[in-house]
Design a protein around this ligand. Structure first.
Ligand code: UD2
Length: 322
């Protein structure tokens, strides 16, 4: 029976992968240090899988977590471009040393395959849209460089050690469970919560930057398809995981306003250091290699996301009983 390890299992995407595997009746082990992951993301799940609290920077703990595992979904990371700009060392150790520890642990334990959470930020600001995997990566800020280093390491371990590694370049994944409370939170989570609270979000720059925003269920499905695909189609390769549509921040703000009932215009602030201007993916490679298709559209994803944050707010502040 296949045994799965999910690193970052208490995080936004990792917890959805963990939950989906459990629902499929799979045997799952999860690894998280709760630095950015949250216990509530695992509520209702902890009795159904083996949980290890540990840090990716601890090589011994990672090696133990890899024992007896067939397939790893390596989701654990310290995300965020601005976090990496402010404190490159901390995200460097989590993202590069952590990924190296996963590869070494996997090699020692005889793990068959690793699906790695790579980032669309690898493309940087080079000309040419949509982004296609054959483009030369041009990462700018430390976080994209770290995620890109992980990709190179993944490919090396396939070429040198025959460990089947697959890199999925996520394009701005959003959805329920994305933490809205950190200054480094993804824009969708941050804006949805602020609007629901009646607080005014700030758009960095003129709002005309575009992103290929992708609902989390699409990313989960890409992971499971990539895990099940024949090695000759996926091993040592990189794939975009996106919807193949570009949405500006101004337009996204407008749709979120309608969904939340928020009526105020945004505040505009200076552009964020290290930001890229535009992002739009070609998803043909993932489609051809493992049958990936976006299951949930941008608009439907936004609707579900806003509904979830509404419910979260009610859970956090139950109405006073009369
Ligand atoms: C990058 C990657 C994404 C993922 C992520 C992990 C790109 C295109 N995408 O996301 O795939 O790896 O990093 O962290 O590189 N913004 C505001 N106001 C706010 C917050 C953000 O205007 O309060 C803007 C921000 O300046 C940017 C956009 O919203 O232009 C998206 O920012 P984000 O932090 O949600 O994601 P991004 O694109 O850095």
């Amino acid at each position: 029976m296949t045994k799965y390890l999910v690193t970052g299992c208490a995080g936004f995407i990792g917890s959805w992968i963990t939950q989906t595997l459990i629902q499929r009746g799979e045997t799952v082990r999860g690894f998280d240090n709760f630095e950015t992951g949250r216990k509530q993301n695992l509520s209702g799940l902890l009795d159904h899988f083996e949980f290890i609290q540990g840090d990716l920077r601890n090589a011994g703990a990672v090696a133990r977590a890899c024992e007896g595992i067939d397939i790893i979904f390596h989701q654990g990371a310290l995300p965020s471009v601005p976090r990496s700009v402010k404190d490159p060392r901390t995200s460097h150790t989590a993202n590069i040393d952590g990924t190296f520890n996963v590869l070494e642990g996997a090699r020692a334990a005889g793990v068959r395959r690793i699906i790695y959470a790579a980032s669309s930020s690898a493309y940087g600001n080079q000309p040419g849209f949509p982004r296609i995997e054959t483009m030369v990566p041009m990462p700018i800020a430390p976080y994209p460089v770290q995620k890109m280093a992980g990709e190179l390491y993944m490919r090396s371990y396939w070429q040198i050690y025959g460990l089947e590694t697959v890199c999925l370049r996520y394009f701005n994944i959003f959805g329920p469970r994305q933490d809205p409370n950190s200054p480094y939170s993804g824009v969708m989570a941050k804006f949805a919560l602020l609007m629901l609270r009646g607080e005014r979000p700030t758009i960095f720059g003129d709002g005309e930057q575009g992103r290929d925003f992708t609902y989390v269920e699409n990313a989960v499905s890409a992971n499971l398809l990539a895990a099940a695909a024949p090695a000759e189609k996926v091993a040592g390769r990189v794939f975009n995981v996106a919807c193949g549509q570009r949405h500006t921040l101004n337009k996204t703000y407008q749709i979120l306003s309608e969904l939340t009932g928020y009526t105020h215009p945004p505040i505009y602030g200076p552009p964020r250091t290290g930001d890229i201007q535009d992002s739009l993916a070609d998803i043909t490679a993932a489609r051809e290699a493992f049958g990936y298709e976006p299951l949930v559209s941008f608009e439907e994803g936004l609707r579900r996301t806003v509904e979830w944050y509404k419910q979260e707010m009610h859970r956090a502040q139950p109405p006073a009983s009369s």
